[in-house]
Design a protein around this ligand. Structure first.
Ligand code: GLA
Length: 397
């Protein structure tokens, strides 16, 4: 009887039960609010090198982005090209002749944190060596280089179990980070394949929920190259799973990459803030326009993204091309977003019911893109919204 019960219990245990345990307090302290930073992939792809990263790091400081909260400078795929005879991962010396420790020092000297990319399979998506079978060795190498953030991808993983793979790297990073006193954030990038929102809160600080974003408004090609609106609709229903220390990641920003209008980029940025998404810029910060800088450094929108309550916002109403989104903030406040998906201007009006407020409640209204206070409101709030645009407010009772 007892043996049978044990056998059943063993069958119910997740496959990951045998993998090393991860300290439970780690996730929240590492990402109490959604991580912010920059990543090389969306703009540069594999054409990345240490000079580009240095220029971007300098520009993040000079543009005011660092002071607005962007902390992590992350080199995505293609920085690595081989392993040595002991299996130690090696940086591509033609692109990174000074080595990763020097680059990490450069970023740290500018008051920011340094991130790298790897993959849970035998090869990265760009065909470079992956970390499968080298997790502890790679984690120790990253720790030696002063790495603070690992984006961990899911190409060439065959039949590997997702939970097990990410738990193994999380445990390896926890051990390596504890040895140096420098914790390493784990950004889980398996595109939602293994429903990471169900298990990742104990494993990593953020998890991709979709296939890759592209610099386009909507539509996708086979789950890849997803437009901003396509990603929004995939990520939005997952709002209950986000919270301090563990965030849904609808992928990095395309703001400033050139194929959308500034109005559309403003919508993209605002929607990411409503969704408590990591704000990882993906443009050439060293060559951005003033309009792009203004979007990426809108501190009032960033404050919504970074609100310490850590509740992800979501859509509370949709009628054709018109959306209303709300997000609870600290102090009983609400972020309120009107989103016009359509190609013509639209009037959108929210009722206090949609904020879970009684109609008579009077509230102070702040317009986060106009940067001005509007007249006190009670019961409803309405605005005219440009095609593909948003109006975004914080309302305070
Ligand atoms: C995958 C990831 C992207 C990027 C590339 C790099 O597609 O989802 O974000 O890291 O790999 O090859």
């Amino acid at each position: 009887m007892r043996t049978a019960a044990l056998a059943v219990a063993a069958m119910l245990l997740p496959a990951s039960a045998a993998t090393p345990s991860i300290p439970q307090d780690r996730p929240t302290t590492l990402a109490a609010t959604p991580p912010m930073g920059w990543n090389s992939w969306n703009k540069f792809g594999c054409a990345i090198d240490e000079n580009k990263v240095r220029h971007v790091a300098d520009a993040i400081v000079a543009s005011g982005m660092r002071d607005a909260g962007y902390r992590y400078v992350v080199v995505d795929d293609c920085w690595q090209n081989a392993r040595d005879a002991d299996g130690t991962i090696l940086a591509d010396t033609t692109r990174f002749p000074s080595g990763m420790r020097a680059l990490s020092d450069y970023v740290h000297a500018r008051g920011m944190l340094f991130g790298l990319y790897s993959d849970a399979g035998t090869k990265t998506c760009g065909g470079r060596p992956g970390s499968e079978g080298h997790e502890y060795q790679d984690a120790r190498t990253y720790a030696r280089w002063g790495v603070d953030y690992l984006k961990y991808d899911w190409c060439s993983t065959g039949t590997r179990n997702g939970q097990e793979a990410y738990r193994t790297m999380a445990a390896a990073l926890a051990e390596a980070g504890a040895a140096t006193g420098r914790p390493i954030l784990l950004s889980i990038c398996e595109w939602g394949t293994n429903k990471p929102w169900l298990w990742s809160p104990q494993v990593g600080q953020m998890w991709r929920t979709t296939g890759d974003i592209a610099d386009r408004w909507n539509t996708s090609a086979n789950g890849y190259d997803n437009g901003v609106v396509t990603i929004v609709d995939l990520n939005e229903p997952l709002w209950p799973f986000a919270g301090p220390g563990h965030w849904n990641d609808p992928d990095m920003l395309e703001v400033g990459n050139g194929h959308l209008s500034d109005i559309e980029y403003r919508s993209h940025f605002s929607l990411w803030a409503m969704m408590a998404a990591p704000l990882i810029a993906g443009n050439d910060v060293a060559a951005m326009t003033d309009a792009t800088r203004t979007i990426l450094t809108n501190r009032e929108v960033i404050a919504v993204d970074q609100d310490p309550l850590g509740r992800q916002g979501h859509r509370v109403w949709r009628d054709g091309d018109r959306d209303i989104w709300t997000r609870p903030l600290t102090g009983g406040r609400r972020a309120l977003l009107f989103f016009n998906r359509g190609a013509t201007a639209a009037r959108i009006a929210a009722s206090w019911d949609q904020l879970d407020w009684p109609q008579h409640l009077r509230a102070h209204v702040r317009d986060l893109w106009a940067h001005r206070d509007l007249p006190m409101a009670s019961g409803t709030l309405a605005a005219d919204v440009a095609p593909h645009g948003v109006a975004m407010f914080v309302v305070t009772p």
